[in-house]
Design a protein around this ligand. Structure first.
Ligand code: AVJ
Length: 319
């Protein structure tokens, strides 16, 4: 077996502190919000894997189609020796890139979910005996530090997860990613594209209710980690299309007037009947918007590929 290392760039108590401050900030503002990163405990990561297999949730399949068709071309444009993958989850689509990057030295999966990293990292280390795997448990929206590995580096941020950041967060994130890279390195970015709102809403409100369970799982996380008494069944999952911002929003709508206690924060939160807590934004893009944001952050776009149906795009930008 090849070396498998796992590094925690954020100490566990910093993760706990971030959860506390996110929950306090989010539940005391109007309208109430929570950042989507807290969906992904072990159960949430499992639910997300199930989402990617739903008939309505097309982004995973569309992006896989692009990588199946284009990984060779991407590897020729950027023959990376280090592949860094942000929000790697199960690293399933990564295998397509790993197969194409024939000169690869080290794979660096980065995720907030230790359980997903361990599973995926260990499996890969067994499957690819010559590949070094150095996993990072990190919040890539806050000061990421990459291990010292050979270049060129390809930084992959797939799945459309950049859409989960708000516009100002996106700008700061892309600038921070640019500053991690040096000449010859590149960013491979997956972005979901603007399309028929009905298709989009169905992708975030599936018939089997898996996305609803995923959405409500954030309440279970807060109950467990902060001793709160959220009743997930007291909320309805809502997915809506914001046509002005061109983004999907997921919300949890309180079924009744209710009060929730969060003992670890010494906090009491009142919900009016029908009040909504925003749990995720998922921005959808047009090519000009992606190119504009990349260019503003100092990247030079060199490749743009979509699936045959034009639902999703993968772009490559050099430094
Ligand atoms: C793949 C993390 C970007 O926004 O589509 C899936 C997460 N949320 N269904 C997305 C998600 C609801 C997802 N990301």
């Amino acid at each position: 077996m090849s070396p498998f290392r796992i590094t925690r760039t954020l100490p566990e108590d910093a993760v706990a502190a971030a959860l506390r401050s996110d929950v306090r900030d989010g539940l005391t503002r109007t309208p109430k919000t929570l950042p989507p990163k807290w969906f992904y405990d072990a159960h949430g990561s499992e639910l997300f894997e199930r989402i990617t297999e739903l008939p309505e949730y097309y982004p995973t399949r569309a992006e896989r189609e692009i990588l199946q068709d284009r990984a060779g071309e991407i590897a020729t444009l950027l023959p990376a020796r280090t592949l860094v993958e942000l929000g790697s989850g199960s690293s399933e689509k990564t295998r397509l890139l790993l197969d194409a990057l024939t000169g690869l030295h080290t794979y660096v999966p980065v995720d907030v979910s230790e359980s997903a990293l361990r599973q995926a990292g260990q499996a890969l280390a067994v499957e690819r005996p010559s590949l070094r795997v150095h996993a990072l448990i990190a919040d890539f929206t806050a000061g990421l530090v990459l291990p010292d590995t050979p270049g060129p580096r390809l930084l992959a941020f797939l799945g459309g997860t950049i859409g989960n950041l708000l516009p100002d967060e996106r700008a700061r994130f892309l600038t921070a990613m640019r500053s991690l890279l040096t000449a010859g390195d590149a960013l491979l970015l997956g972005t979901d594209l603007v399309k028929d709102p009905e298709v989009l809403v169905r992708a975030y409100d599936d018939a089997a209710g898996v996305t609803a369970a995923f959405d409500k799982n954030v309440l279970t996380v807060i109950d467990r980690e902060l001793g709160a008494d959220f009743d997930p069944d007291a909320f309805d999952h809502v997915a809506l299309w914001d046509a002005d911002e061109e983004r999907i929003e997921m919300r949890l709508r309180s079924r009744t007037t209710q009060t929730v206690k969060v003992p670890a924060l010494d906090l009491t939160v009142d919900f009016a009947a029908g009040e909504e807590l925003r749990t995720e934004v998922s921005a959808k893009f047009r090519r000009e918007k992606v190119t504009g944001e990349l260019t503003a952050a100092g990247f030079a776009p060199v490749g743009w590929w979509t699936d045959a149906a034009g639902r999703f795009a993968v772009s490559l930008s050099v430094v």
